[in-house]
Ligand binder design. Structure first.
Ligand code: KIV
Length: 272
């Protein structure tokens, strides 16, 4: 299948806006290291996200809250080194954008300078809108993140679907408008009713990227370990698993153990 972005050397915010206009879906997947990022990029992904979900899938933490700016910079740099074609977006971790625009700008500039990423993703709406405005005004492209915001998990008391009631749905639609006015080029909509995501997508010129938000957003994002089936225990309704890498890896590792124990590896051809 030919796609809008296949002949573009490097995808930018301008291309995402054009894809929204043309109605071509935007593909986005997370990566946290060089090797995975290279594979995803060469496979033809539009956007690679260095999510602070690195806290869960790379570090084994229960939440994204412990992730630091330095740790995100390390993952960000590693991914940027592996990506040539896709747009690269990196998450600002918990506590780095929280209502002090000058401090937020300093952290944002450090993130862009030290990772080489193309843009930032920031969780939150009205409460941090001045921070976002300041960062965008400094020339840094920003993607918002509304709906289920994992950095606020302790405020919600869990990871349940958000914006099911009218008050929260109305606030989300207001926040979409505010993010657009602040200059964001896109917004992730996480775990909200499909009808609400459709409405938000229709009301904004920003590219909307859904995860657990139905089929009517401008694009989709998943965590790469989840869609590759690496986490056996993680199976939310919105997740489609495209491989069973947990089984593939387990069998490969067991094969290696068996061969070493049996003195079958290395053989003569594998020795100097
Ligand atoms: O941190 C992350 O991986 C994310 C995506 C799930 C959107 O924010």
């Amino acid at each position: 299948m030919s796609t809008y972005t296949e002949n573009i050397r490097k995808i930018t915010v301008r291309h995402l806006a054009e894809m929204k206009q043309l109605g071509e879906k935007i593909t986005m997947l997370t990566a946290y290291d060089y090797t995975m990022a290279s594979i995803i990029d060469q496979a033809g992904m539009d956007v690679v996200l260095i999510g602070d979900s690195a806290s869960n899938v790379m570090a084994g933490n229960l939440t994204t809250l412990p992730m630091t700016l330095d740790q995100m910079i390390y993952h960000g740099r590693s991914v940027v080194n592996g990506v040539k074609h896709a747009m690269v977006i990196v998450d600002m971790p918990f506590g780095t954008v929280s209502g002090n625009p000058m401090k937020s700008l300093e952290a944002a500039i450090r993130m862009i300078k030290e990772t080489g990423a193309d843009a930032l993703k920031i969780e939150g709406g009205e409460e941090i809108i001045e921070d976002i405005r300041k960062i965008v005004n400094a020339g840094i492209p920003v993607m918002g993140h509304l709906g289920l915001m994992p950095q606020s998990v302790n405020k919600y008391g869990g990871y349940a679907i958000r914006a099911k009631d009218t008050a929260e749905a109305d606030k989300l639609l207001r926040d979409v408008q505010l993010l657009q006015e602040a200059g964001c080029f896109g917004v992730v909509l996480e775990k909200i009713p499909a009808e609400l995501a459709k409405k938000a997508t229709a009301q904004t010129t920003m590219a909307t990227i859904g995860i657990g938000a139905g089929a009517d957003t401008d694009g989709q994002v998943l965590v790469v370990q989840d869609m590759l089936g690496m986490n056996k225990g993680f199976a939310p309704k919105f997740l489609r698993k495209y491989a069973d890498i947990h089984t593939v890896m387990t069998e490969a590792v067991q094969g290696y153990i068996k061969d070493v124990k049996a003195v079958d590896f290395p053989n003569k051809e594998e020795s100097y």
